[in-house]
Design a protein around this ligand. Sequence first.
Ligand code: PEP
Ligand code: MN
Length: 340
Amino acid sequence: MMVVMTPQATEAEIAAVVEKLEARGVHAKVMPGELTTAIGAIGDPEGVREMGLEGMPGVDQVIPISRPYKLASSELSHYEPTTFEVDGRRVGGGQTFCLIAGPCTVETREQTLAVADAVSKGNASMMRGGAFKPRTSPFAFQGLGLDAFEILKEAREATGLPIVTELTDVANAEALAEVADVIQVGARNMQNYRLLEMVGKLGKPVLLKRGLSSTVDELLQAADYILKEGNDELMLCERGIRTFETATRFTLDLAGVAYLKLHTHLPVIVDPSHAAGDRRLVEPLSRAAAAIGADGIIVEVAEDPEAALCDGPQQLYARDFGRFSQAVAAHAALLDKRLA
Ligand code: PEP
Ligand code: MN
């Protein structure tokens, strides 16, 4: 941390800050400048943050130098990219691209198995499908809940594809961990810290989505909640954020993806479907995600999107999936990655 004093700060005020830091075992280095004096506080940044230095006479600003996330950081803890396998599909590590595809929501057995078949034939790496849906309106279809699990199991048996499905409540954690190969934490639960700690303990790979109004650094701190429980089979997902722009459903933060690739060792997945809200934008955004260095994408696919109970306009037609997959694979190949 750096404590910047005001230009009017007196020697006594500077000394008081130094004394307070040293009393807590933090080394203080005074750096007089032309206009102001800065004091480098070398030691536990969390401890310094909580000392209330901002309120002391003569203090102008207290500026963090190290990043607020720890276990998720590629600078502090981990220099090599994290890579792991989900049922033989490699995630992260720079050689594979993970194509996760499937319906927004498990609605019926027939609908789910038909999409499972289409995405499997189109070389998807894993299948997605929501059992519990976090809907904005309580009157909208909330998903089949536990009844979706048998259908998801059947889809896995029929295709061999690992299943990615969302956990919305700690109460369903054990049951969901039995059917899910990857547990998704949705955007609306990124800051549900008890849920994050729970998924950190379940011993299953996790896909953590960025909150709709969360910064990339907040996403990385949310990741720390899962990592601190000893689970580092974790992928982060950029799914679009709220901005002033309303032309697309959310604004896909591809710069954030490049930033994440620089600052974390964790694999980064992009969800162009929820970001765009419009299937016509999903392919260009998917190609961009592959080209910018994402480790994979998660996309929604339906046989009959017009009949879907949730997110119809953004779901790709199952009949187009094979061609879509080839186009994305070609972009991943630009970075020497092949589909996982
Ligand atoms: C989803 O993937 O089904 C979903 C609800 O996405 P998000 O949490 O990103 O809105
Ligand atoms: Mn959806």
